[in-house]
Design a protein around this ligand. Structure first.
Ligand code: ADP
Length: 387
């Protein structure tokens, strides 16, 4: 043994030595390392004989120093490998992280882009397929908000359009009777001496009628705008609709007789009580009777009937007048809507719009049943009042 180390062994296996010598060192063989028990190393060996005693010179090629250096190098190698691997892992993580952020913020970026488009005036901009988005609730909320903004803008535009239309119509309606008034008053002033008493009376009657028309229009407009601005609060109370109907029939009897129209109250019940705003209901009935008389020819009939139906009283104003074409019926409650423009001289298209507003204030609706040349029925219900 070369080294006398305490930890080393005194004997090695002869089998690899004999194999090595037998093959003259041409075959690669590992033998026991006497300094590291249990380990095997490359060795070199040669037989020798001294005084008839035979043995082997056995040299392990990798010595203890060599082993230390080699272990050191191996450690360094692994350290370098570790640092490299760590750097590589960090780089990989960075790339994965950036990719993840890009993916996660993809929808957010899309939403931001859409919001910006909407802000810049593209009112049709919406987040497509919000159900596929991972922030579905936000996407849906934005779409709903955009819809409601666009809806409100449309509403405001249509209100603005109606307002302009109203101003145009009102100016026209005011101008016509005013021009007539001016014309007749000027004629009366200029030709006062040459006009006969009869002519003067006729002209005065015309001016009087036009003043009536003007005040009627102004009253209707005032009433309608108050109703539209929701400035009217109905004061509901129990009252007899039967009594009110009697009064109205009496009030319109003269006009009906002048037009040779049979105006009747059909009231099978003794006394119908309703719970509503008496002056608003009176206004609605007045407009409906006025219309019925307006659009019914001589020898026709106008009936106001009251009938208790469950918890309500049904009020029906039926005439045998001109009737309303079916396609026009849904629009007659719109402001300024007139089926026959030539009837303009008879009204301003505000009467039914006012009726509709009064119905709204009573949470009820009005129905029209009408056939051209046969007549029309306007029906609505009011809550009956039980004494
Ligand atoms: P107007 O002042 O022109 O009568 P309304 O708002 O009262 O305006 O009525 C709107 C339109 O509905 C009328 O111009 C008329 O064409 C139609 N209308 C209303 N009531 C009747 C009716 N009883 N018979 C026939 N047409 C009617």
């Amino acid at each position: 043994m070369i080294d006398g180390d305490k930890s080393s062994t005194k004997s090695v296996s002869l089998t690899p030595i004999e194999f090595f010598i037998k093959n003259k060192g041409e075959r690669f063989v590992l033998g026991d390392d006497p300094r590291n028990i249990g380990e095997q190393k490359i060795f070199s060996a040669a037989p020798y004989s001294v005084d008839g005693r035979e043995g082997y010179v056995y040299i392990v090629l990798a010595g203890k120093k060599f082993q230390e250096v080699s272990d050191n190098l191996l450690n360094q190698y692994f350290t370098k490998l570790g640092i490299g691997a760590t750097l590589l892992t960090m780089l990989f993580s960075l790339v994965i992280g950036l990719l993840a952020i890009w993916f996660l913020t993809k929808n957010l970026r899309l939403i931001t882009k859409t919001v910006r488009k909407f802000h810049d005036g593209d009112l049709q901009a919406r987040i497509a397929n919000p159900e596929n988005s991972d922030i579905e609730v936000f996407a849906n909320s934005f779409n709903e908000m955009a819809d409601s903004i666009v809806g409100n803008m449309d509403k405001m535009q249509s209100v603005d359009l109606l307002r302009r239309e109203l101003i145009a119509n009102v100016s026209h309606d005011l101008r016509t009777p005013l021009a007539i008034l001016k014309g007749y008053i000027e004629t009366l002033q200029i030709k006062n001496d040459t006009l006969s008493e009869e002519q003067k009376q006729e002209y005065l009657q015309i001016t009087h009628d036009n003043v009536d028309k003007l005040s009627n229009l102004i009253n209707q407009l005032f009433e309608y705008s108050k109703l539209e601005a929701e400035q009217v609060t109905p004061v509901k109370e129990p009252f007899s609709i039967t009594e009110l109907s009697h009064d109205l029939i009496a009030k319109f009897r003269v006009i009906a007789e002048q037009k040779q129209i049979n105006l009747q109250l059909d009231n099978p019940e003794e006394n119908c009580m309703v719970f509503a705003d008496v002056s608003l209901v009176e206004r609605a009935l007045q407009n409906l009777i006025e219309n019925a008389l307006k659009y019914t020819q001589a020898n026709g009939k106008v009936t106001l009937s009251l009938q208790k139906k469950g918890k309500n009283v049904e009020i029906n104003i039926t005439d045998t007048g001109t009737g309303i074409p079916v396609n026009e019926q849904p629009f007659i409650f719109d402001r300024y809507k007139q089926v026959d423009k030539s009837a303009k001289k008879q009204g301003y298209g505000l009467g039914l719009a006012i009726v509709k507003k009064i119905m709204d204030l009573h949470d009820t609706t009005i129905t029209v049943l009408s056939r051209p040349k046969e007549g029309s029925s306007f029906i609505f219900h009011l809550p009956a009042y039980q004494v």
